[in-house]
Ligand binder design. Structure first.
Ligand SMILES: [Zn+2]
Length: 85
């Protein structure tokens, strides 16, 4: 666990009772809004993640042994054969 995780965890623990009491004091509309916001955020995150990965560069197969290699690699990581760009 990294230090930032501990900070986030500590903040979550410290704010937990406050957040729970806030939720209990609020009506169902807040829950509905919160859930809806999370769903929208999840959809947006998924869409943008896919957009980032979209220009996906396929691996280059080694001409000698056929192992998939990084397109930037000059030689095969498996057998050392030079890979033509
Ligand atoms: Zn190879």
């Amino acid at each position: 666990m990294e230090g930032t995780d501990l900070i986030v965890l500590g903040l979550a623990v410290a704010l937990f009772p406050f957040v729970i009491s806030l939720f209990l004091a609020a009506g169902p509309l807040l829950w509905f809004g919160l859930g809806g916001a999370l769903v929208v955020a999840g959809i947006l995150t998924t869409v943008f993640d896919e957009a980032d990965d979209d220009p996906h560069v396929p691996p280059v197969n080694c001409p000698d042994c056929g192992s998939p290699n990084d397109p930037d690699a000059e030689t095969c990581g498996h057998c050392g054969t030079p890979i033509e760009a």
